[in-house]
Design a protein. Sequence first.
Length: 149
Amino acid sequence: MILYSILIFLGTFFFMEFMAWFTHKYVMHGFLWSLHKDHHHKDHKSWWERNDFFFVFYAAVSMVFFYLDHIGYWYALPIGLGIAAYGATYFLVHDIFIHQRFKLFRKANNWYAKAIRRAHKIHHKHLGKEDGECFGMLVPPIRFFKNKK
């Protein structure tokens, strides 16, 4: 059962990269652009962005799976943990590393860190909801791994 739990956790974590891409492309840059646009425009004075509601939504989904484990569905725990682990990773990579909401990881300059930063910069060059690109977070398109200074 431990092996199944590990596999479910890892599968959920990696599936969340697809969910982040899908949600970002079709929901955030689609019918819920009104919640996401302040993340692109930065015309607000608050540390909190309406875009942060997406983080709250996925945290709530994770908590639902913790509850399901509590009432007897053992496989719900690794799913909830996979979603939570992806959320923590997203927060570290997107909010702290890329957008510097906290001044940490400023000197990370390896090939992977540079690729993530390049892809995200390209994503943010589009201020509208159309014409976007690079909607994922942990797996940037291969072209961003090319050696650029």
